[in-house]
Design a protein around this ligand. Structure first.
Ligand SMILES: NC(=O)c1ccc[n+]([C@@H]2O[C@H](COP(=O)([O-])OP(=O)(O)OC[C@H]3O[C@@H](n4cnc5c(N)ncnc54)[C@H](O)[C@@H]3O)[C@@H](O)[C@H]2O)c1
Length: 600
């Protein structure tokens, strides 16, 4: 298991190494402040002070600033001027503090309720909701006497009412970290991990092009303090905010061994049908999940399919659906897809049609499926006519991305999945691409960079999916490299000659080169992309595909069969440079053909 140790607290010139060193976080933070929001008793001051020390930033407590400015205590301000006036003053003080550069800012419990304050925080900071349960909050605030809103009446009732009133607004914060009764340093590291992952994934795409902006999604990162030695942070949680059915992606090592706990928390009493493939069984992952379900007393069955893309077709679907019916899986039971993208797409689609829809838990075991296919709800199978032509949108109810499961994956498969990680950098986040150029050995090799990269990728995908679940708009950006890639995969017969991610790697190199040929993208960006993919050991040229491929017209036919063709006009994801993808709907097929002929 690869874990990330607590870095030493920053003292003097001492700096920590690794992706979550102070320097790394500060570089990404720039002029922005980390703004802690949450209920009284959430630990904003105690965590904030330690967080500031760890990062070498100034700590500012907004309430103390207000008291200083007013020359009286907060209870006195409330008593003399009332809450409305206090809130006005608070808004001005927070705005002033945010202007004065990067700091760690602890805000009063009500500050984030003000829309203007939230807008100022979004412009100048990264907001962190320190979330605590009611009992914890009550225990902590009982020790304090300076909370005017809790001073009258029953504090427990008051606190519960405030909590209910405010929780939805706190959830608008950029990231959420659970403030539990563990050592403060642990929470501090969780905050740093969450803020870092958020900054890595700050991607907002627009249909006509794409621009960088802070994410507004609620993203939580938590460390499992109970099950891990103190000082080791290995877990992330990314929330996918699809309308009506949001779900979490848990990321980190050891999650498969906890499947029983997570399934029980999700749906007590449900039976589980595990769909997996022979390689995943041979790697021992089915046994791990089965043991965990047994330990939790959950009835389960397994449907094992042959590995490989060919399984993702009508016969494979029939095997899985019939297997689920034979196992008497009902509407309230769960399908658990344990495997790569093939198993995830197949089992997800089978679940979507079984009894008009059974819920699916995705437990992706390849890098590609952890960063891409298990997230976002696209499920389906291939037709003899082309890839993924039959399918349905069927969002999972939970994703368990066990990063240690990748340790049994052949390195060629890890690299193929890495192509999809690079894709997120190339389509909308130049900073992510910069980081990957440096950190890729850790992502491939299983260092802590892997967890960060999976989390950053999931956050980028979650942000796009939340905006455009059914791909009526900018979700299509996720297809960068896929039009060429799918044609090559089909041309190679969906075989071991070319893995999906390898097809995407060649496709991205071609999309950059084609964009440069059209005068859209600087040639040096093409060179940089190709160099990086080659450094990792990924193919970048059509001639890198071993064996025979269809001729240029044959490839054009395959492109035309791809679902991204609309009435003869080709839709391509093109680029204006690294991190600047856009959707081009009117690409001339003749230009594509001429380009492909040149690239043979
Ligand atoms: N639904 C989506 O949004 C989406 C997105 C991208 C790709 N996809 C689909 O995903 C598929 C590709 O997924 P993939 O690359 O994960 O391929 P895959 O599922 O075929 O897995 C790759 C290989 O690794 C084996 N394997 C899986 N986990 C293992 C482990 N932990 N240890 C050892 N071996 C393991 C598998 O048996 C297989 O041989 C394609 O069909 C593609 O169309 C779907």
């Amino acid at each position: 298991m690869h874990t990330q140790k607590f870095p030493e607290p920053r003292t003097g010139e001492t700096e920590t190494a690794g992706p979550l060193s102070s320097a790394e976080v500060l570089k990404r933070l720039g002029r922005r402040s980390i703004v802690l929001v949450g209920m009284p008793g959430a630990g904003k001051s105690s965590v904030g002070r330690r967080l500031a020390k760890r990062l070498g930033l100034t700590f500012v407590d907004a309430d103390e600033e207000i008291e200083r400015a007013a020359c009286m205590s907060i209870p006195e301000i409330f008593a003399r001027h009332g809450e409305a006036e206090f809130r006005e003053g608070e808004k001005r003080v927070v705005a002033r503090l945010l202007q004065s550069g990067p700091c760690v800012l602890a805000t009063g419990g009500g500050a984030f309720m003000n829309a203007e304050t939230r807008a100022a925080v979004a412009r100048h900071g990264v907001s962190v909701w320190l979330r605590a349960d009611l009992n914890t909050l009550l225990r902590r605030v009982k020790k304090r006497t300076d909370r005017p809103l809790l001073a009258q009446g029953d504090p427990a009732q008051k606190l519960a009412a405030l909590h209910a009133q405010r929780a939805d607004t706190y959830a608008l914060a950029d990231v959420t970290v659970d403030s539990r009764d563990v050592v403060h340093e642990l929470v501090v590291e969780e905050v740093i991990g969450a803020v870092h992952a958020h900054l890595l994934a700050r991607l907002v795409a627009h249909p006509e092009g794409i621009a960088m902006a802070p994410l507004s999604s609620a993203t939580a990162i938590s460390a499992e303090a109970e099950s891990l030695p103190l000082g080791e942070i290995t877990r992330s949680t990314v929330r996918v905010d699809v309308a009506g059915k949001p779900y979490d992606i848990y990321i980190g090592p050891g999650l498969l061994a906890e499947a029983g706990t997570h399934v029980t928390a999700l749906r007590k009493g449900a039976r589980v049908a595990i769909v997996t493939d022979e390689n995943v069984v041979a790697a021992g992952h089915l046994a791990t999940v089965a043991a965990s379900l047994d330990a939790a007393g959950i009835a389960h069955t397994a449907i094992v399919v042959p590995p490989g893309e060919k399984t993702k077709g009508w016969p494979g679907l029939e095997q899985v659906v019939e297997g689920l019916i034979a196992a008497r899986i009902e509407r309230r039971d769960l399908v658990l897809a344990l495997g790569g993208g093939v198993v995830g797409d197949l089992a997800g689609f089978a679940a979507s049609v079984l009894r008009r829809g059974v819920d699916v838990v995705q437990a992706p075991t390849t890098l590609l499926s952890q960063v891409d296919s298990s997230v976002g709800g696209k499920t389906g199978i291939n037709s003899p006519q082309g890839k993924n032509l039959i399918g349905a949108f069927h969002q999972p109810v939970l994703v368990l991305a066990d990063t240690a499961a990748l340790n049994t994956l052949p390195v060629r498969e890890v690299k193929a999945g890495y192509a999809e990680v690079v894709k997120y950098g190339l389509l909308g986040d130049r900073d992510l691409f910069d980081t990957l150029e440096r950190d890729w050995p850790g992502v491939i090799g299983g260092g802590p960079e892997r967890i960060t990269a999976v989390a950053a990728s999931c956050m980028a995908k979650a942000a796009i999916v939340a905006r455009d679940e059914k791909e009526t708009g900018d979700r299509a950006l996720l297809n960068l490299g896929h039009t060429f890639g799918h044609a090559l995969e089909a041309g190679a017969g969906y075989s071991q000659r070319l893995l999906h991610g390898e097809g995407v790697a060649i496709g991205m190199a071609l999309a950059f080169a084609f964009s440069a040929k059209l005068g859209l993208c600087p040639g040096q960006d093409v060179t940089r992309v190709v160099r990086h993919l080659e450094a990792v050991g990924l193919p970048t040229k059509i001639s890198d595909v071993p064996g025979e491929l269809p001729d240029t017209d044959g490839l054009m036919d395959l492109i035309a069969q791809d679902k991204k063709v609309s009435r003869g006009a080709l839709t391509f994801i093109l680029v204006r440079g690294i991190g600047e993808a856009f959707i081009a709907k009117d690409v001339n097929p003749q230009e594509v053909r001429a380009f492909l002929a040149e690239m043979r």
